[in-house]
Design a binder for this molecule. Structure first.
Ligand code: SF4
Length: 328
């Protein structure tokens, strides 16, 4: 058993399909001190560790502060959601903060604040005809999907508890190879954080970690890939640590964008083996980051992934492709 800490109180069994995670005596999460939602990356979330697994070189370009690089190459801010999805995300944060009684900017103000994330979009239809969607049309679309969301889930019966808040745990590898989950900052532990879009209690008292996902088309198979997504595996550990046996797991909150209004919520497919292995994965990646940070002096010292499915994904070639091929 990878995770079997002694002398810990155990809670009721985890929901079917997931390992029973131990409970800790955990301090209450810090109270919210600001009413503005921060939808950016958390300090040491899955986007940080997972990005290193995808490509150490790209990770090094995008996380210079993590390995002390102060070179002068500047790149786009990595990680955080961009574009239409980000705008919808910001509107949903506003919705739930309002439900919590926190003062929020108007919908028009939220749209205006996020306008800079959008660019004109062009795509070809089946007949090769090019269509152009302006920034204003995307803002209108975001407003429409938000309005539809509020109506669609008017009777959702959720009590929002936390909106866009970061939660943290530590994972500590013991000399005998076992791993403990410990509070953040425990000596010898590796920090793992998760910024949750929405933590909410349902009518039965169960606590869910909702992850807002906007998708061009939301269909039956949309969730399948999320069963292997580390973000949802980490959510179990963070959720159980902070909310105890009432934590029911992550839940995906879909908002369809381009193919008309559609809203759906579902749990990602169960992945008990990957949930259980998650702390070991984080400790392993952190060890690799530490090793390479100690010997790399510039970005080109970091190993590349050298894999065409990573260097060239569905959004086109990586922005560092020429630098990696030719040297920089
Ligand atoms: S081009 Fe490929 S190897 Fe180079 S940084 Fe991008 S993903 Fe990594």
């Amino acid at each position: 058993m990878l995770f079997d800490p002694p002398d810990r109180p155990s809670g009721p069994p985890a929901p079917v399909g997931h390992p029973a995670l131990p409970l800790l005596e955990w301090p209450e999460p810090a109270p919210v001190v600001t009413q503005e939602a921060d939808t950016g990356r958390s300090r040491r979330g899955w986007s940080y560790y997972g990005a290193f697994l995808k490509c150490p070189r790209k990770w090094a370009y995008e996380n210079p502060e993590a390995w002390g690089w102060t070179g002068d190459l500047k790149f786009d801010e990595p990680g955080g959601a961009r574009g239409l999805g980000h705008v919808i995300h910001a509107l949903l944060a506003r919705h739930y903060l309002l439900k919590m009684g926190k003062r929020q900017p108007s919908v028009a103000a939220v749209l205006e604040l996020n306008r800079h994330l959008l660019t004109e979009r062009r795509f070809k239809d089946r007949n090769g005809v090019v269509h152009v969607t302006t920034v204003q049309e995307q803002l209108d679309l975001a407003r429409d999907r938000y309005t539809g969301y509020v109506t669609n889930w008017a009777k959702e019966g959720l009590t929002p508890m936390h909106v866009e808040e970061e939660f943290a745990v530590g994972f500590r590898l013991n000399p005998d190879g076992s791993i403990d989950m410990v509070p953040e900052g425990t000596p010898g532990s590796i920090l793992f954080t998760k910024r949750s879009d929405l933590i909410a209690r349902d009518r039965t008292g169960s606590v869910w970690d909702f992850d807002h996902k906007s998708a061009a088309t939301v269909s039956r198979g949309t969730s399948r890939a999320y069963g292997v997504h580390g973000q949802f595996h980490g959510a179990w550990w963070v959720g159980r640590a902070h909310f105890g046996p009432k934590f029911a797991g992550p839940r995906i909150n879909y908002v369809q964008t381009w193919k008309g209004r559609k809203y759906k919520r579902e749990r990602p497919p169960a992945a008990p083996a990957m949930v259980e292995g998650f702390p070991r994965l984080i400790i392993g990646v952190a060890s690799m980051i530490k090793l390479w940070s100690s010997i790399c002096k510039k970005p080109s010292d970091w190993p590349t992934t050298a894999n065409e499915t990573v260097c060239g994904g569905r959004y086109g070639m990586c922005e560092h492709e020429a630098r990696c091929r030719l040297g920089a």
